[in-house]
Design a protein around this ligand. Structure first.
Ligand code: AMP
Length: 511
């Protein structure tokens, strides 16, 4: 028998098996009712009501519903209310400005746009055939009590979400993830991370970022509990770990750093000792940070590696019996690698040192970009753009990035996009944007600028020019002026040479 795997399965089981249990705890300042603490039955009822409202609007299967929102219970519900009935959810980074969001809404061809009330003003200019502010009205928009029309011919190869991610092109690309991609990623990730009905998951990771790495589905399918967090704040995270009995959270190394900072001021024992595990990816965390997670927090540190294009799980590194007798420092050194292939994932390194992957988590393709898709998936292998090595014990370490992308605080920044923006300043003759190591964010954006003859411009003016045009996390935090920039014979910027002085003395060229 073959029964299509769809995201509806996850919520269906939560309602069936754990219907009366609280499934989602929203932010305390969110209106309750209708939001607040919701049982799984209530979440499922709301998802059905969303689907019924989309029916009433005439939004067909396969049509896109874009949503821009900080983490919220209603956003979580949309992952099921939209995709569960055969429509495609496009969760958009809430830090983007109106122009950037507008591009994604238009490129995805979304017929519906849902906007968080806090973002409504800033995104006023972004339009779609149907535009709603989430939570407006007593029970929120997009809510109809009559049952939705069933998705008659569910297809596991249908696209469930399109997640826009910055890469090597100036504009972000839409990663098409199918129901099957999402289902298998959630099952494998959930299994390898030991997700169970006893888990309380704190959303320190933005839900838009690769669907919260799939934890949205994995935790739901097991009937665990989601605790929503709209912002990352170390002290607040620790208070929620204490108040809600959090057992599991995910984030970039910057999130771990914020937690460790807050823990050093925490009176008494840090909550979650011996109970909580934190899954980290986005950049290789410093070994010392990994050690401190064990010694100062008493939490389990788990590293994963992957991309939005791979739903994301490719590798995991978790402690194992063989590490039990090691000292925390020795264990941290083992856990500093990105990890071994996840179940069903095959990896290899090509002659240029690029890591290639094969498996059921690899995306269908880039939405409406066949050339980019063909470039990324060649001869049955997905090209990650990451430079890595695979050790004798089949563990991967990421040492370098082949693609021109900067990862700051876990979010991708396209160097080309920032270069285009700086180049639009009339005083700029040449520009190169590079990532340099940063204590807080792992990497930060630096611009190297050659000023046009006779023109004058300051570092602050360049930064302000970017901040007026780009999401702030993409903007350079420093600008250096140069007489010339290193180029190849064909005139191409030699990024590697330009970056080198800032990375000298480090074992790897990513942070
Ligand atoms: P994104 O698609 O935004 O999730 O970013 C994916 C990129 O993050 C990868 O291509 C890597 O460059 C980087 N990345 C993710 N996890 C790790 C890790 N554990 N170590 C090093 N880099 C990572």
């Amino acid at each position: 028998m073959h029964v299509p795997l769809t995201v509806a399965d996850f919520l269906e089981r939560a309602e069936l098996v754990y219907g009366e249990r609280v499934g989602v705890v929203d932010e305390p300042h969110q209106p309750a009712p209708p939001w607040g603490s919701l049982t799984w039955r209530e979440v499922a009822r709301r998802a059905r009501a969303q689907a019924a409202a989309l029916d009433a609007l005439g939004v067909g299967r396969g049509e896109r519903v874009a949503v821009v929102s900080q983490n919220a219970a209603r956003l979580l519900t949309a992952f099921f209310g939209v995709s569960g009935w055969g429509r495609v959810l496009v969760p958009i980074n809430f830090r983007l400005n109106a122009e950037e969001v507008g591009y994604i809404v238009a490129h995805s061809g979304a017929s519906v746009l849902l906007v968080d009330p806090e973002l409504d003003d800033a995104l006023r200019s972004v339009d779609a055939p149907h535009r709603f502010v989430l939570g407006a009205g007593s029970d929120g928009v997009l809510h109809r009590e009559d049952p939705p029309e069933p998705w008659d011919d569910p297809d596991e190869h249908a696209t469930a979400t399109i997640n826009y991610t910055s890469g090597t092109t100036a504009r972000p690309k839409g990663v098409q993830l199918t129901h099957r991609n999402i289902w298998l990623n959630a099952a494998v990730f959930g299994w390898q991370a030991g997700v169970s009905d006893r888990d309380v998951y704190l959303h320190t990771l933005p839900m838009f970022h690769c669907n919260g790495w799939g934890m949205i589905y994995a935790v739901t399918g097991m009937g665990g509990r989601h605790v929503v967090a709209r912002k990352v704040d170390g002290g607040e995270i620790l208070r929620r770990v204490r108040d809600h009995g959090v057992t599991l959270l995910c984030g970039a190394p910057a999130v771990v750093a914020a937690i460790l900072d807050a823990a050093s001021d925490w009176p008494g024992e840090v909550p979650g000792r011996g109970r909580t595990r934190i899954v980290v990816a986005g950049a290789p965390p410093p070994t010392r940070t990994i050690e401190r997670v064990e010694t100062e927090l008493g939490w389990e540190f788990v590293q994963i590696y992957g991309l939005t294009e791979t739903t994301p799980l490719l590798t995991m590194n978790r402690t194992r019996e063989e590490y039990d007798h090691l000292t925390p420092a020795e264990r941290a050194a083992r856990l500093g690698r990105a990890g071994a292939p996840a179940l069903g994932v095959r990896l290899r390194v090509d002659a240029e040192g690029e890591l290639l992957a094969r498996g059921n988590h690899v995306m269908e393709g880039y939405w409406r970009q066949p050339a980019e898709t063909a470039e990324a998936i060649r001869d049955g292998w997905f090209h990650t753009g990451d430079g890595g090595v695979i050790d004798a014990d089949n563990h991967v370490s990421i040492l370098d990035r082949k693609k021109d992308v900067i990862i700051s605080g876990g979010e991708n920044v396209s160097s080309i996009e920032v270069e285009d923006c700086i180049f639009s300043h009339p005083a700029v003759a040449e520009v190169a944007v590079i990532g340099v190591p940063d204590e807080r964010w792992g990497e930060t954006v630096k611009a190297l600028v050659v000023v046009a003859p006779g023109a004058r411009v300051t570092e602050q003016e360049i930064i302000e020019h970017c901040r007026a045009r780009l999401a702030h996390y993409k903007c350079p935090t420093s600008v250096e002026f140069r007489d010339a920039l290193a180029r190849t014979a064909t005139g191409k910027l030699q990024k590697y040479l330009l970056r080198e002085p800032y990375w000298a003395g480090r074992g790897r060229r990513v942070n």
